[in-house]
Design a protein around this ligand. Structure first.
Ligand code: ATP
Ligand code: MG
Ligand code: MG
Ligand code: MG
Length: 462
């Protein structure tokens, strides 16, 4: 007899047959005649009820069937008399595969706060909340690949160890094999990285974009979807030190094409989750955020608001709300400003374009006025920035000027400049923070709660 996933059993109409289920005990309750065990195996939110009659299973024989223990149950699949479920398993044998000492098991019945669960991140996937979040995360990751595959994009794997800092933001984690105590030094006393593993300074990638551009200039439409590392020195609910980024890069796309893609892509992903994760989303809606489903539907059903950075600054300056950081043309927008535009002013997702060149990266295409660049940020309710993207500068001369202005070392990026030197083409792309998407779709409020093993300052225990 082969094991059936509980989710498959619950949707089965084929009753009165022998089944084998395995999973973790959520609760056991009952009386001296009968015991009820609620079993979950992660295949869905629901538990199956296992009925153990005292004649066959005296209570003493079930003493190791406690919350958190793992059991294998054989029995008959039958219609249920009880409320709350339509079928149950009438047990004929119960084998305890792994015990869980009730004194020590941290996930007892009573609801545990999300803050506390963060400290036991290794066990929290056993809760309904994290089971739901991780299944939704999986579905969204799958939807990303499905979307691009259907639209003619190729998945390229960009390196995790790189010799460049794409954003020039100095948030890299160094990769080195030099002995920390006594690294080799050059004559002037600085560390001699020519003796390091790669013969130069290297770091964990902060973005796959530059390499993605190289691939787009050969394959047309590509995307990366991989781990990304930034030594974010702030402790926010929107930043992780290790996160997953989705970065499509497209030859022959201008900024409008780029915005159209970003909007359709985001709407498709949210729609996919609504269709494929209905039970998990309903649970999160009912448990944490009664507006969740309505918010998701409003994103799929309404066009995003598009406006320029300059127009947004005018709106923010004439807003009645007092911001912590005042806004002036030329300053980067803070999450309070982004959320005001999305949640108060427009009440829908917003795409802001044409930012001042000083606050954006060197590779963005300069506008005709010479002051702004063809950047776009997509802002979402409850999140703020979810996507950052741009049309890329395709002119070698203009790119070199921008790099010099921004002190980006052109000699180290000779390979990147070669794309402009040999058969350059207009092209565009963007980066979507995968965890920010999962945050939006699940309605969770802290990014540490949407990745199995969050990495943030002072936290890499497991
Ligand atoms: P922010 O302004 O929120 O710090 P950013 O402008 O520095 O973001 P980009 O370099 O534009 O980020 O990266 C593209 C996308 O990656 C962002 O829009 C966001 O969704 C996501 N992202 C950036 N940094 C992080 C992080 N530390 N943790 C999780 N997601 C991130
Ligand atoms: Mg940042
Ligand atoms: Mg930003
Ligand atoms: Mg950005």
């Amino acid at each position: 007899l082969r094991r059936t996933r509980i989710q498959d059993l619950l949707t089965s109409t084929d009753l009165n047959r022998e089944v084998l289920v395995k999973g973790w005990v959520r609760t056991r309750r009952g009386n001296k005649y009968v015991q009820f065990i609620a079993l979950n195996d992660g295949s869905g939110l629901a538990t199956i009820q296992v009925v153990a009659d005292a004649e066959k299973f005296p209570e003493e024989s079930l003493k190791e069937v406690t919350t958190g223990s793992c059991v294998a149950v054989r029995g008959q699949l039958v219609a249920s008399q009880g409320k709350g479920q339509s079928i149950e398993v009438q047990a004929t044998s119960i084998e305890v595969l792994g015990t869980a000492d009730p004194e020590a098991y941290p996930l007892q019945k009573k609801a545990t706060s999300l803050e506390h669960l963060r400290e036991i991140a290794h066990l929290r996937p056993r809760t309904n909340t994290f089971g739901a979040v991780l299944r939704i995360r999986h579905a969204l990751a799958f939807a990303v690949h499905d979307y691009f595959n259907r639209h003619g994009f190729y998945y390229v794997h960009t390196p995790i160890i790189t010799g460049s800092d794409a954003e020039g933001a100095g948030q890299m984690f160094r990769v080195t094999t030099l002995p920390p105590e006594h690294p080799p030094r050059t004559e002037d006393g600085s560390v001699d990285y020519s003796q390091d593993f790669f013969g130069k300074q290297t770091n964990l990638t902060v973005s796959g974009q530059l390499e993605g551009e190289l691939a787009a200039m050969a394959l047309g439409q590509v995307y990366t979807f991989g781990p990304t590392f930034r030594a974010e020195n702030s402790n926010t609910a929107r930043h992780l030190a290790e996160f997953w980024m989705i970065e499509p890069e497209m030859a022959f796309y201008d900024l409008v094409d780029n915005m159209d893609l970003a909007e359709d892509f985001l709407q498709s992903l949210v729609r996919y989750a609504l269709e494929h994760c209905a039970a998990d989303l309903q649970f999160l809606n009912d448990t944490y955020d009664k507006e969740l489903l309505a918010r998701l539907r409003s994103v799929t059903d309404n066009a995003f608001q598009r406006l320029t950075y300059t127009e947004a600054v005018e709106i923010l300056k004439s807003a009645k709300k007092k911001f912590e950081f005042p806004v002036d043309w030329g300053t980067d927008l803070q999450s309070e400003h982004e959320r005001y535009l999305v949640e108060k002013h427009f009440q829908k997702p917003v795409i802001l374009t044409n930012y001042p060149k000083e606050i954006k990266a060197f590779y963005m295409k300069l506008d005709e006025d010479g002051r702004t660049v063809r950047a776009m940020d997509v802002l979402f309710p409850g999140i703020g920035e979810i996507i950052g993207g741009s049309q890329r500068e395709e002119s070698l001369a203009k790119l070199e000027t921008r790099m010099a202005e921004m002190h980006v070392p052109a000699d180290e990026l000779w390979w990147y400049l070669d794309t402009r030197r040999f058969g350059t083409a207009p092209h565009s792309g963007f980066g979507l923070g995968f965890e920010r998407l999962v945050l939006f779709v699940t309605g969770m409020t802290n990014i540490r709660d949407v990745i199995p093993f969050p990495r943030f300052p002072k936290n890499a225990e497991f």
